[in-house]
Structure formats: C-alpha cells, structure tokens
Design a binder for this molecule. Sequence first.
Ligand SMILES: [Zn+2]
Ligand SMILES: [Zn+2]
Length: 180
Amino acid sequence: MVFAHDTEVALAAAAALVNTAGDDDGLRDVAALDEFVRTLGWTAEVRHDEAALRAVRALRPRLRRIWELDQDEVVELVNALLREAKALPQLVKHDEWSYHLHATPPAAPLATRMAVEAAMAFVDVVRSDELRRLRICDYHDCGNVVVDLSKNRSKRFCDDGCGNRAAVAAYRARKSTPAG
Ligand SMILES: [Zn+2]
Ligand SMILES: [Zn+2]
C-alpha cells in the first residue's frame, strides 16, 4: 500500500469522477449520478437532484486540473477546495470501515463531500511528494486520468480497458511483423 487505505480509495474515486467526463458523459442525468455514487460504495439513500448534478459536474474539470498542474498550483487548488468547504478533519468509524478521516459533516452537499474527500487525499499525495503517480492514460487518444498505486510505479493505462486494448494492439503488431 502506497498511501493509507482511505486515501487510496478516495484517489480512485476522484479519478473515476474525472473520467466520467468523456465524449460519452457518464453523468448525463440524476439517475447516472445516483448510480455512480452507488458504485463508489457511498451510501445513497438520498436521491440527488439537478442542483447536485450540476455541482458535481462543475467539480470534474477542477479536479482534472490536479493531474495537469505543477506542485505549487496543485497546493493552491487543494487548499482552495478545503477552504471553500470549511473542511474540518475528524476521525470517524462507521459501517465496515475502521478509523478514517471525514472533513465534512454528513449533511454536506454531495459535491462538497466529493471535493473535500478528494482534496484530503491529494494532501497526502503532495505531502509524500508523489504527484508523479497522477498521470494521463498512455493509450493514444484516451485522455483519461490514472492514479498509479503500484509499488513499482508501472501503471500506464486507465481502468477503462485501455490496458487490454494496448495488449491486443501489441499482439497484432507482433503478428504482422515477419519473423526473422
Ligand atoms: Zn467514512
Ligand atoms: Zn485509457
């Protein structure tokens, strides 16, 4: 494990959120947002509304910038996210989770919770000087963000199937090269 468990979960969630903003938008409507929140394993008894959807969609490009900025700029953005939400870190445990940090009250709007959870995780990344683990997928034309949590920093592709696509392309290229 590179970071604490809750940090790694939050980083993966932030990347998944950023990557919903493709040509085929993964957060097209409120139902898609509810489904996305469920797949993150967040409790989602509350149905979200158009305002929540707008706020979450507006958060995506801000979070994506964390993959593009240099360290000082990332710090500025992360601090802004925490400040705007008046984040107050508290250790809590609930459900099957052991002690971890929450920095927003449970009643905070969804986009605020997402922003702060991501920001808290990026705090760890910056403090460990590990921003290089945030990359863009190597597969041509993909553009998805990647969080490399592997020990040997070898993750090159996003979780959207690009690793398989690249393997297939490499196999075809080998087959079409005459032997000898
Ligand atoms: Zn929690
Ligand atoms: Zn990809």
